[in-house]
Ligand binder design. Structure first.
Ligand code: GDP
Length: 175
């Protein structure tokens, strides 16, 4: 059985739902009061990808460190994929994704020099106070070099597993 170890970063402005996302994906729970320890840390999830392949994901959340938009290179070292997240009720959090993506491309790259696959996630789509349209997210995603984008709700557990599956597929394609 082949085992892939994939380091995946989760970035985006504070309060968009990054810690909740990792917690939901790894532990299957949503808890309004949940807060990960402040500081760079990672969670592990193992996927039985196929009869012959196992995938061990290391999810690195920048919990509480968003103000250091320029993260240390250690955080980026060896990353093979990235989730960039924003909150659909905050257009500022979507605009920030451009910086997050540029910072990523400046500091992390594949051994061949290509940029690492990155998915744009539009979280909190359960909320009625949504301010960004699917069309504008789609344009933004394409203009900024994301592999794709998806609407998710960590709260309602919508598209959480699907989004990670999509990213892992993209990473494995280029391994
Ligand atoms: P982080 O700072 O990016 O790690 O964000 P958190 O995971 O701490 O989430 C910030 C707040 O948004 C918390 O109160 C969460 O409960 C809430 N939240 C996270 N995901 C969702 C979601 O899908 N829908 C709604 N309505 N709230 C969410």
């Amino acid at each position: 059985m082949a085992e892939h170890l994939l380091k995946i970063l989760v970035v985006g402005d504070g309060n968009v739902g990054k810690s909740s996302f990792v917690h939901r994906y790894v532990n299957g729970q949503f808890n309004n009061a949940y807060k990960m320890t402040v500081g760079v840390d990672f969670s592990v999830k193992v996927l039985h990808w196929s009869d012959k392949e196992k995938v061990r994901l290391q999810l690195w959340d920048i919990a509480g460190q968003e103000r250091f938009i320029s993260m240390t290179r250690i955080y980026y070292k060896g990353a093979l994929g990235c989730v960039v997240m924003f909150d659909v009720t905050s257009s500022a959090s979507l605009l920030s994704c451009r910086r997050w993506k540029q910072d990523l491309d400046n500091k992390a790259m594949l051994p061949n020099g290509d940029s690492i696959p990155c998915i744009l996630l539009a979280n909190k789509c359960d909320l009625a106070e949504r301010v960004v349209s699917a069309e504008s997210i789609g344009r933004f995603s394409e203009a900024n070099g994301f592999v794709t984008w998806m609407e998710i709700s960590v709260k309602d557990n919508k598209n959480v597993g699907e989004a990670m599956r999509r990213l892992v597929e993209e990473i494995l394609l280029i391994q």
